[in-house]
Design a protein around this ligand. Structure first.
Ligand code: ADP
Ligand code: ZN
Ligand code: ZN
Length: 767
């Protein structure tokens, strides 16, 4: 053993967080002696390209290709940094989704890193003094408001002053009855409770127990070899030598990824809860992914009710401060369960034993920005990193999951009630937007004072406006799509780019006042129902328009839940996992809206939509009309409708897998979509933007085709947000090779594309 003569130099390999593809790190920086606590995942402020930028340490080294004097030093270390396993995960994401390390790293940073630095929030808190307590017992005059405030303080303990009225409390403080001071308040998100409450954990049904037993066995099998090796303490095993490779199913992986395939109302959540309980008992942590939180507050509420403070919630509806604090609670180990939407897959837990993906079919798990990651695939990868069990669940699982995961079945509803009958109604040749049977069913609900849910996957008043005089159709100036009338706002809106204009009273082209509205939207159906039902049956609307504004969505759901009778009209939001009592009728007004979607997932989506809606219906004993679901369509013979009507998800999966095999769609092949878009600066530049986009797409085709994948296109797409677009679709049996070829090709053309003003977006596994 030789003691080193000089202190060895420490080099940090840093990825600067810049968004351009041109500057790809990592770059070496020389650490100063006092920066000894810098490690993989540390966040540094570094000089870069003549400015200061944030960077993440990817690795440490003792030498650099650059001479020591040419190395710059970081200006500052910004705690808390990123756990090492998340740095490795970001590297995998960058490669897997053909993005850049910097972009992928932004996904795993502590909330609030980019932007202002957060300090704990300090607020005025009020507390009852002894004199105040005596005043409550009758020593001294108090008016009603003062008495109420003191009583609240006695009952609840120290309280945020503003909640009771700071000026009044200040006057009481002057009399010595309360004490007021600044203190740190932890920003804990408020929990929302909608739906039924359970007091304690119910006894499991036989099916639930059988499913749980398998999961627990896997948890135990995985726990043993990992005991004591928390990934944070040990970054090395995650340095990934072959990041393009599919996570190789190493020893012990088989049988640790499950698909809980259970009909709606079969008690899947209870299985998740018990599995989390077992994970906590084994001393490990858990992540529970749910679709959009605003639509599924009940699930979050159930986890909070069962596990209390050990649950942290991470989602975009929280303030930045709240998110930051929840992140720190997870990082410190104070919280060991994270519940949240797709981004919660990046929760900074030290030792993850279980990752749950609730409603795994939900499209919200796919991120639409760069990197276009799929949280379900990231969950598989992260489970792999931590030696965790993956438990995905759905009543309508994706064909991919049915093939890849070990299936656990819950075949019957908890209450033993049958699923409601589903009837497909032929709308060909119909003159009214409601089928006679739909009208009768709604009349029955009204007569019985019951509840119905009506789904129409189109917001607004009407589909499009057309002049009766000259045939002019009002189109978006930025996108090649028709504008949709929103009558309440008296506007025409583009559902792609958000462009809005006043609704016209006459034709822009010929001046005619005869403007026809075609098609129905949620807004016009709501109005139609209001007129038809009057005060007897209140109408609630749930869609992205009605929901804008924090909390509106939850309030609408709560109002429908609380109302004794009513109709909930809305887009696919109404079919999410709500657990409402007493809904006896479900209606899909235009099943073709999803069925006609030009996408290989159209069947899957349609089947899921109807099955999920049926899951909201007939969930409780009720004296109302018998539960049923009506599906209006112009394609009554569509296979996906027939399977949904028979509640035959196994039949649907088998047929769908067959169809995809023939077409070489996932899971029988991988898809990558590349969209090149060129700007259209002015009217005359339209052609050139389109030509530039086409040129880049053609060049990419040439670079990717030799990899052996089938490259379809370039095909023109409709103009969007003022940009002409050209698309390539790549089908391949060898996913890693294709992802590599696409990544390389995109890297090669990046600089040239930027010069032409063309942007390139890559979507691996498009939804
Ligand atoms: P799913 O997610 O499968 O649609 P849920 O988890 O929402 O079903 O469960 C349906 C209802 O049954 C919920 O109200 C839930 O609290 C209740 N439940 C679940 N498991 C049990 C059980 N073992 N005993 C009694 N009630 C249960
Ligand atoms: Zn006209
Ligand atoms: Zn538009």
């Amino acid at each position: 053993m030789h003691a080193p003569l000089a202190r060895p130099q420490r080099i940090a390999r840093v990825e600067p967080l810049t968004l351009t593809r041109a500057f790809r790190g990592p770059f070496d920086y020389r650490l100063r002696p006092e920066q000894s606590d810098v490690g993989v995942g540390s966040l540094l402020r570094v000089p870069f390209n003549n400015r200061k930028t944030l960077g993440v340490v990817l690795a440490l080294a003792s030498e650099s290709a650059l001479a020591p004097e040419r190395l710059a030093e970081p200006d500052a270390v910004l705690p808390p940094g990123v756990p090492a396993d998340l740095v490795a995960l970001a590297g995998w994401i960058a490669t897997e989704y053909c993005s850049t390390p910097a972009r992928a790293l932004t996904l795993v940073l502590p909330p609030g890193t980019i932007g202002r630095v957060l300090s704990p929030k300090r607020v005025l808190m009020a507390e009852l003094t002894d004199a105040g307590a005596r005043a409550l017992r009758g020593e001294g005059p108090l008016n009603d408001r003062q008495r109420a405030a003191l009583e609240a303080l006695e009952r609840d303990g120290p309280t945020v002053a503003a909640a009771l009225g700071t000026p009044m409390l200040r006057r009481l403080e002057g009399r010595g009855l309360v004490a007021i001071g600044l203190s740190d308040q932890r920003r804990r998100p408020a929990s929302v409770a909608i739906g039924r409450r359970l007091d304690g954990p119910p006894a499991l049904t036989g099916e639930q127990q059988a499913a749980l037993d398998e999961v627990v066995a896997a948890l135990q099998a995985r726990a043993a070899p990992h005991a004591g090796t928390a990934p944070h303490a040990d970054p090395a095993p995650h340095a990934d030598p072959a990041p393009h490779a599919d996570p190789a199913p190493h020893a012990g992986t088989a049988g640790s990824r499950f698909l809980l395939h259970g009909v709606t109302g079969s008690g899947k959540t209870e299985v998740y809860l018990r599995a989390v309980q077992e994970t906590l008992a084994a001393g490990r942590g858990a992540i529970v992914l749910v679709p959009e939180i605003a639509l599924t507050p009940q699930t979050v509420g159930r986890f909070q009710a069962r596990f209390g403070d050990v649950v942290a919630v991470l989602h975009s509806g929280l303030g930045q401060g709240e998110r930051h604090d929840e992140w720190l609670r997870l990082r410190s180990g104070e919280a060991r369960v994270c519940v949240g939407p797709r981004s919660a897959v990046f929760a900074p837990l030290a030792d993850i034993g279980l990752i749950v993906v609730d409603e795994e079919h939900d499209a919200s798990y796919k991120h639409e920005g760069d990197p276009r990651y799929d949280a379900r695939a990231v969950a598989v990868r992260r489970a792999e990193q931590h030696g965790a069990v993956l438990l995905a669940g759905s009543a309508t699982p994706r064909p991919e999951s049915a093939v890849a995961l070990t299936r656990l079945r819950l075949a019957s509803r908890i209450d033993g009630r049958p699923l409601p009958p589903v009837e497909v109604l032929d709308m060909r040749g119909a003159h009214h937007s409601l089928h006679p049977r739909t009208r009768m069913a709604l009349a029955d609900v009204r007569a019985a004072g019951g509840k119905a849910i009506v789904l129409l996957n189109r917001r607004g008043w009407s589909n499009f406006l057309c002049c009766r005089g000259c045939g002019h159709v009002w189109m978006c100036p930025n996108c090649e799509v028709a504008l949709v009338l929103h009558r309440a706002a008296d506007q025409l809106a583009c559902h792609h780019c958000g462009h809005r204009r006043r609704a016209p009273s006459r034709c822009d082209e010929c001046g005619s006042v005869a403007v026809a509205r075609h098609g129905a939207g949620t807004e016009s159906v709501e109005q139609e129902f209001r007129e038809a039902f009057g005060d007897e049956l209140p109408v609630f609307r749930l869609d992205a328009d009605a929901a804008s504004g924090k909390g509106r969505l939850a309030r609408t759901l709560a109002a429908f839940e609380a109302a004794p009778a009513g109709v909930l009209v809305g887009t696919q939001m109404v079919a999410k996992g709500h657990d409402f009592d007493g809904v006896s009728l479900g209606v899909v007004l235009d099943a073709d809206q999803t069925l006609r979607f030009p996408d290989f997932r159209a069947e899957e989506r349609t089947f899921a939509l109807i099955t999920q809606l049926a899951g909201r219906v007939g969930r409780s004993e009720d004296s109302g009309p018998p539960a049923r679901v009506l599906v209006q369509t112009l394609a009554p013979d569509a296979e996906s409708l027939a399977f949904a009507a028979r509640h035959d998800s196994d039949g649907f999966l088998a047929a769908e897998l067959n169809r995809r095999q023939v077409l070489r769609y996932p899971p029988h092949g991988s898809l990558v979509r590349i969209v090149c878009s060129g700007p259209e600066a002015s009217g005359s530049a339209v052609a050139s933007g389109a030509a530039e986009a086409l040129a880049v797409a053609t060049r990419l085709h040439g670079l990717i085709a030799p990899s052996g994948a089938t490259v379809l296109g370039p095909a023109p797409l409709f103009r969007l947000r003022g940009r002409s677009r050209s698309q390539l679709v790549i089908k391949s049996a060898d996913r890693p090779a294709t992802v590599l070829a696409v990544g390389t090709a995109v890297g090669e053309i990046a600089t040239g594309a930027v010069r032409r003003g063309v942007s390139v977006s890559v979507d691996v596994d498009p939804q």
